[in-house]
Write a protein that binds this ligand. Structure first.
Ligand code: ADP
Ligand code: ZN
Length: 193
């Protein structure tokens, strides 16, 4: 491993919360600051997320930053350039179970690793591998959206269509932010035939 120019100590930061809670905005904000400080930054997202531009991470408020698509955590590890100091990863919940170990490896090499991802799925269940990442991260930021029903703190992603797939990629029309009182997992249940 090449010796990194700066930051002798690596660590893991996780930004997590519901959809529309500002995870991508916060990730982009941190990565931009690192770029301005002329740190070597590399940004990844999983290939499954074809919501937006092919080669950018994009927030719902249309902030964007160039990124690389990878199919799994092994490919991510292999693609990291030797001199990279800061690594950004969006949509962490769409990665395989090897993501926490990959982040550990990168942090152990002295790099700052920042991962954004959903903490819960559309039924409110912990969304692997984010729980495992939260357990090993040095820093955790929980972001909240605003409940579109009552204006309370939204910790849930409400699916608005009947579909039982855990991964159903989309945004407005398919999902909205809701608080624990207004969240209704039965809304997304398949209608009986
Ligand atoms: P995430 O990555 O957590 O899905 P983004 O960073 O992509 O979130 O988007 C955050 C932006 O989403 C907000 O700045 C706002 O423009 C928009 N937004 C849409 N619905 C809501 C909501 N219910 N509460 C807060 N922000 C919302
Ligand atoms: Zn509410």
């Amino acid at each position: 491993m090449d010796v990194l120019r700066r930051s002798p100590h690596g660590w893991i930061e996780v930004i997590t919360g519901s959809m529309f809670s500002g995870k991508s905005e916060e990730l982009i904000r941190r990565l931009r600051r690192a770029q301005i400080a002329r740190q070597q930054v590399q940004i990844f997202k999983p290939l499954v997320d074809d919501r937006f531009g092919e080669d950018h991470i994009v927030s719902h408020s249309d902030m964007r930053l160039a990124s690389e698509n990878v199919t799994n955590s092994t490919e991510l590890l292999a693609r990291v350039r030797p001199n990279v100091e800061v690594i950004g990863i969006d949509e962490g919940q769409f990665f395989d179970a090897g993501l926490p170990a990959a982040c550990n490896t990168l942090a152990g090499q002295g790099r700052r690793v920042i991962v954004a991802g959903l903490d819960q799925d559309y039924l409110g269940r912990p969304f692997e591998p984010m729980p495992q990442l939260l357990a090993i991260a040095e820093y955790i930021t929980k972001t909240l959206a605003i409940c579109v029903v009552c204006g309370g703190p939204a910790n849930h992603t409400q699916r608005l269509v009947a579909n039982a797939d855990r991964v159903l990629v989309g945004a407005s029309g398919l999902y909205e932010a809701r608080c624990r009182h207004c969240f209704d997992p039965n809304l997304s249940a398949e209608a009986p035939r």
